[in-house]
Design a protein around this ligand. Structure first.
Ligand code: HEC
Length: 167
């Protein structure tokens, strides 16, 4: 959808530059209906509409961080890689303790853990430096990848200690 839109946008732009009308009308029409569809989709689905407003407001940041920092190991779909990177999608371990998940995102983790019956024991280094970022990511994870894991607030992690970077 996005690619298609970009293509029509470029086509329309090129058409405007060269003043060629050949085929341009068709493209313009396509572009208009595509734009309308995109808008309708965005308004129709707010997957977070039942969550508190302050949590909803964190989601773009959470997604941005997940897509840049976490997906390489935990994968785009949050399912991880068997025996290497534990899943965040439908993870009994994650859902059992959200405060721990925030702490691990801040401070990393290297221990034997059992996630959905599978042992993992690889190192994850600290991923972010602020509680705001860690809470935003974990809220994003709790409400994506098929998870309906509820929410975690900054107040709930106020006792988590951020370890000094040990890199
Ligand atoms: C370089 C690979 C790597 C990256 C990047 C990474 N992780 Fe991990 N993650 C791991 C490994 C390995 C473990 C298991 C650690 C252990 O055994 O102690 C883990 C464990 C976890 C756990 C606990 C286990 C579970 O499945 O619930 C959470 C929560 C977690 N990671 C969240 C994140 C988040 C959020 C990010 C992005 C900000 C992230 N990780 C980025 C490799 C990674």
């Amino acid at each position: 959808m996005k690619k298609l839109f970009a293509f029509f946008a470029i086509a329309a732009f090129a058409g405007a530059l060269t003043f060629t009308s050949c085929g341009g009308g068709g493209n313009d029409q396509q572009q208009t209906s595509d734009t309308v569809n995109v808008k309708k989709d965005t308004v129709a689905e707010n997957p977070y509409k039942d969550l508190p407003a302050d949590i909803q407001a964190m989601m773009p940041r959470g997604k941005e961080l997940y897509d840049t920092k976490c997906f390489a190991c935990h994968q785009k779909d949050g399912k991880g890689l068997p025996k290497t990177f534990p899943p965040l999608a439908n993870s009994d371990y994650l859902l059992a303790d959200k405060v721990r998940a925030v702490a691990q995102t801040l401070n990393g983790s290297h221990m034997d853990m059992v996630v959905n019956g599978e042992h993992y024991n690889q190192q994850m280094v600290p991923q972010v430096t602020t509680k705001e970022d860690a809470v935003a990511i974990i809220n994003y994870v709790l409400n994506n990848f098929g998870n309906k894991g509820g929410v975690i607030t900054l107040d709930e992690v106020k006792d988590v200690k951020i370890k000094p970077a040990g890199k």
